[in-house]
Design a protein around this ligand. Structure first.
Ligand code: S3P
Length: 180
């Protein structure tokens, strides 16, 4: 029997985590389950800018992308939707404040080894375009894990979990949060 969404249907979760942790795909499943639209922050930025993420990085630089990311997060946070953020959304203190103000924030926590297998060679991710993906991810872990942790209301360990189990774990958390 499909679990009822009645108690959790008013919740608008925001997903955070490193590149490749499954924010978009888990977000898609979660949005179907909660019957809410999915807002993928990268897609939102691309649509608004009329440029791809690599083009924005190449033509304007990372700082401009980060500003667009903050503007986008500000615009969508609080909407009745599942929001999948980009991996670097937690880098800015303003973004972290916005995230803290819009719980629940769910961190899809995965090891660099797990992620490198999934994203190696992905040309749509400028931050891993040059150099060794695993070393880049390890550097990101050092800087970003503590930031995800600051913002997260729930931490989902992704590495050894299938998508269906991951979803169930999130649903259990949402139900618990709703007091069921
Ligand atoms: C980034 C992650 C990307 C995208 C941009 C920067 C990052 O999103 O926002 O390339 O800093 O980790 P995904 O996490 O969806 O790949």
């Amino acid at each position: 029997m499909k679990p009822s969404t009645e108690n959790v249907s008013h919740i608008s979760p925001i997903l955070v985590g490193l590149m490749g942790s499954g924010k978009s795909s888990i977000g898609r499943r979660l949005s179907r389950y909660l019957k809410l639209p999915l807002i993928d922050l990268d897609d939102y930025i691309v649509e608004k800018a009329g440029r791809s993420i690599p083009e924005i990085f190449e033509q304007h630089g990372e700082a401009v992308f980060r500003q667009m990311e903050t503007d986008a997060l500000r615009e969508v946070a609080g909407k009745p939707a599942v929001i999948a953020t980009g991996g670097g959304a937690v880098l800015s203190a303003i973004n972290r404040k916005i995230l803290k103000e819009h719980p629940p924030v769910i961190w899809l926590k995965a090891s660099p080894e797990f992620l490198a297998r999934r994203i190696d060679g992905d040309s749509n991710r400028p931050l891993i375009a040059a150099g060794d993906t695993l070393s880049k991810l390890r550097e990101q872990v050092e800087i970003r894990y503590p930031l995800y942790e600051q913002c997260a209301d729930f931490i989902l360990p992704r590495s050894n979990m299938r998508k269906r189990e991951a979803m169930q774990s999130i649903i259990d958390f949402l139900n618990k949060r709703a007091g069921c």
